[in-house]
Design a binder for this molecule. Structure first.
Ligand code: CO
Length: 170
């Protein structure tokens, strides 16, 4: 069974490899990532967060009632942001960085090319929450965490709080 890799594990810093086999192993991984994401109340999960160096991510945004439905599940393999525009400030969190939330500046709109689980090519225009989620998860494939995008002072404050928390639980 999969488990979450937490900050500051160096695995989260690796650049993930392109998906080349759209086979049963990949489908099993995606299925298990979905189950784990829902179990942990996440809206997105990238393969490096479960110790798989693959350019694969899942996103399942809640509807207006805050409910997640599997028919809205987005499986995104080998994504590339081919266009981006605008700016948006969004309060983000991450399953790999528990109990920390902060406002991060992202592009408001992105166009992403990607493959689905069968290797078919797609292009997606996204804005707002979905655009933010895509950028957050694609960052994971490149070894980048949302806290890396904090302004320097906030980044230092995060680091200090993290170290203090580690001392307390040690
Ligand atoms: Co994350």
């Amino acid at each position: 069974m999969l488990d979450i890799v937490y900050y500051s594990d160096s695995f989260l810093r690796k650049k993930a490899q392109a998906v080349q086999s759209f086979d049963e192993n990949l489908h099993t991984l995606l299925d298990e990532m979905y189950v784990l994401m829902i179990e942990r109340n996440g809206v997105g999960l990238a393969a490096p967060q479960v110790r798989h160096s693959l350019r694969a991510l899942v996103i399942n945004l809640p509807d207006e009632e805050g409910e997640q439905h599997k028919e809205n599940l987005l499986e995104v393999l080998n994504p590339e942001i081919i266009e981006h525009s605008g700016k948006i400030l969004f309060n983000e969190g991450c399953l790999s960085v528990p109990d920390y939330y902060d406002d991060i500046e992202r592009s408001e709109k992105v166009t992403v090319s990607y493959h689905d689980r069968f290797g078919n090519a797609h292009t997606l225009d996204a804005e707002g929450y979905l655009a933010v989620a895509l950028q957050h998860e694609i960052d994971h494939l490149n070894g980048i965490l949302f806290v890396d995008r904090l302004p320097l002072l906030k980044r230092k404050r995060f680091e200090k709080a993290f170290k203090k928390q580690q001392r307390c639980s040690a």
